[in-house]
Design a protein around this ligand. Structure first.
Ligand SMILES: Cc1cc2nc3c(=O)[nH]c(=O)nc-3n(C[C@H](O)[C@H](O)[C@H](O)COP(=O)(O)O)c2cc1C
Length: 197
């Protein structure tokens, strides 16, 4: 975060600050925006989980995540793509909330590229024998032994999630006065406003 807090009273700079923080989260594992929370619908309830941010395109307003295509969230997202992302960094005292839709990519150009850019340690978990979330009698037999698998076969279980947002809410906590603002692209044109914190 910029030391001078130039964004403090500027909507324009607040949006840039938010985009910079999300972008930093891609490679900075110490940033809490590296592991935001993705929420989706399960019928009429809400399901939330931590995911690792793999890529951010501020211009297109897209965040990329990876998951196992056998996991519960895939069916949830096929049923209803409406979703949200939340992140809070207590050191920066910044919360970012994004609202949008998540699109699934399995065995297409997007998933192929993402898989080829993934490191071995990330690919390994896609070789787990059965669907994540399945009830099992004991966990040991599902531990992955690297020497016994062909890591590349995990691709058949791999999925890319592209989260596209049209609303970004930024909250900055500061003793002298909190700052909360909303950036809304739902009418295809950016509308920025301050909100009472
Ligand atoms: C630090 C951390 C990072 C995680 N990263 C991912 C991830 O990138 N993708 C993923 O599908 N699950 C990830 N998980 C596991 C999910 O939080 C969740 O438990 C799992 O995806 C099953 O969710 P579901 O049953 O809603 O599909 C991560 C968990 C933690 C604690």
């Amino acid at each position: 975060m910029s030391e001078k807090l130039d964004f403090y009273n500027s909507l324009e700079l607040t949006l840039l600050e938010a985009e910079n923080l999300i972008a930093d989260g891609v490679n900075n594992s110490k940033s809490l925006f590296h592991t935001p929370v993705l929420s989706t619908f399960v019928n009429k309830t809400i399901s939330t989980r931590t995911v690792v941010l793999r890529e951010f395109n501020a211009k297109k307003r897209i965040l990329r995540f990876h998951t196992d295509n056998r996991s519960g969230k895939i069916d949830e997202l096929k049923e209803n793509s409406i979703s949200s992302i939340h992140g809070y960094d207590p050191d920066l005292k910044v919360q970012i909330r994004l609202k949008g839709k998540t699109y699934i990519h399995i065995e297409d150009e997007i998933s192929k590229n993402a898989w080829s850019q993934s490191r071995e340690m990330s690919k390994v978990c896609y070789s787990v024998k059965d669907s994540p979330g399945l009830k099992i009698s004991s966990p040991e037999s599902f531990d992955i032994v690297k020497e016994e698998i062909d890591i590349e076969l995990g691709y058949e279980n791999f999925a890319v999630l592209l989260f596209c947002y049209d609303s970004l809410e930024f909250l900055f906590l500061k003793g002298a006065g909190h700052r909360r603002s909303l950036f809304d692209w739902s009418s295809n044109q950016l509308k920025s406003s301050w909100l009472i914190p």
